[in-house]
Design a protein around this ligand. Structure first.
Ligand code: DP6
Length: 319
C-alpha cells in the first residue's frame, strides 16, 4: 500500500519564534497563520517490511533520511510498527520564492505516514504530530486561518482552524533574494531565546497579539489585522537583531520593499509587510488592492507571486 498526501505552506501573521522544549517543539508563544494556495508539498509514503532503513527522495533526488527517520520513529511508536518506509516528496513551490518551507513538508509527511501506518488521527492529533517535525507544520494541517495554541505540554500544544473570514486576504510574495543561502532558522531561533535581551518582551507582547489577532479576524478589521501582522514580524526581527552575535535577515532590497509598503499605506492602500527567516517580504493585502501593490514595486515586477487562502492538508491517494 502507498498513501499520498498534500499540504500547503502557511505564512504566520502572528509569528512563532522560540521553543521552550526543543525535543517536543513546544513554543513560547501562540501563533496565527494563513495557509496559502499554489504552494504545497505532495508526499508519498510506503512502509516496506523488506527495507533495512528509511529512504527519502525530494523532487526525485535521493536525500539523507536522518531527519525524516527521526520523525517516522514517532509515527512507528504510535502505530506499534517497526517497518521502514519509502518517502517521496515533491515541492510545488517556486524554489526561488524561499517558501519551500518545512511547514508543508512535515504536514504532508505527518498525514501520509500516519494514514499509511494505519492511524486515523483527529485533526488536533495530526497537528500535534506535524508539530514534532517543524513547529509551523502544526498550522499547515488546516486551510485558511489557523491558530497554534502554545499549550504547556505535548497534549495541549496544537493548531486548529479559525473561522473563515469574509475578507479577500492576499499575500504578495516579493522575492528579494532567491539565491541567498538560508541561515538555519532553528539554530537562530534558539540563539535569540538564549541571548536576546528583548526576547522576554517579545514573548509577552506576541502572546497578547495572538489574542488580539483572533478578535481582529472575527471582526474582519483589516487595518487591525495588518497592524498586528506587521508588528509581530518587526518585533521578532528586532529581537533577532539584538541577539549575540547580532544578526539580521534584512537586505537593502528588503528595506526598499518595507518603504514601498509604508508609502502605499500613506496613499490609502491596505498593505502590511511581514518577513520570516529570510530576506523576502510578504505583503498582506486585500484582493482589490493587489494591482496597486504590484504597481508600487516595478523593480520587482518579475519577482512577485500572489497567493490567496489555501486548503487543509488532505490525502490524495491510497493505493
Ligand atoms: C519565522 O517552523 O521552520 O517562519 O520548529 O524549528 O522547524 P522549527 O521552525 P519553523 O519556524 C518558522 C519560523 C517563522 C515564523 C512562523 O512560521 O511562525
Amino acid at each position: 500500500m502507498t498513501t499520498t498526501a498534500r499540504a500547503h505552506t502557511n505564512i504566520a501573521l502572528i509569528k512563532y519564534w522560540g521553543k521552550r522544549d526543543e525535543k517536543l517543539i513546544l513554543p513560547y508563544t501562540s501563533s496565527v497563520s494563513l495557509t496559502l494556495d499554489d504552494f504545497y508539498t505532495d508526499t508519498t509514503v510506503q512502509f516496506d517490511p523488506h527495507l533495512m532503513a528509511d529512504q527519502f527522495t525530494l523532487n526525485g533526488r535521493p536525500q539523507s533520511p536522518d531527519k525524516i527517520s527521526a520523525f517516522l520513529d514517532i509515527v512507528r511508536a504510535q502505530a506499534h510498527s517497526a517497518q521502514f518506509a519509502h518517502v517521496a516528496s515533491v515541492n510545488h513551490v517556486p524554489t526561488a520564492a524561499g517558501l519551500a518551507s518545512s511547514a508543508s513538508a512535515y504536514a504532508a509527511l505527518a498525514l501520509a505516514a500516519s494514514r499509511e501506518a494505519g492511524l486515523q488521527l483527529a485533526p488536533r492529533d495530526l497537528s500535534r504530530l506535524a508539530r514534532r517535525g517543524s513547529g509551523s507544520a502544526s498550522r499547515s494541517v488546516f486551510g485558511g486561518l489557523a491558530i497554534w495554541h502554545r499549550g504547556d505540554s505535548d497534549l495541549t500544544s496544537f493548531a486548529e482552524a479559525l473561522p473563515e473570514t469574509k475578507l479577500p486576504l492576499r499575500m504578495v510574495v516579493v522575492m528579494v533574494d532567491a539565491g541567498q543561502k538560508k541561515v538555519s532558522s532553528r539554530r537562530l531561533m534558539a540563539n535569540t531565546v538564549a541571548t536576546s535581551p528583548y526576547y522576554p518582551a517579545w514573548v509577552k507582547d506576541n502572546e497578547r497579539a495572538a489574542g488580539d489577532m483572533v478578535k481582529a479576524l472575527a471582526a474582519a478589521d483589516f487595518t487591525r489585522i495588518g497592524e498586528l501582522t506587521e508588528q509581530s514580524s518587526a518585533r521578532m526581527h528586532a529581537a533577532i537583531f539584538a541577539s549575540d552575535p547580532a544578526f539580521t535577515y534584512f537586505q537593502p532590497a528588503t528595506l526598499t520593499v518595507w518603504h514601498a509598503v509604508q508609502t502605499l499605506r500613506a496613499q490609502g492602500v491596505p498593505a502590511y509587510a511581514t518577513m520570516d527567516a529570510g530576506p523576502n517580504v510578504k505583503i498582506l493585502t486585500l484582493a482589490p488592492a493587489v494591482a496597486a501593490v504590484k504597481a508600487a514595486l516595478p523593480e520587482f515586477k518579475d519577482r512577485l507571486l500572489v497567493a490567496g487562502p489555501g486548503r487543509a492538508a488532505k490525502v490524495l491517494e491510497e493505493a
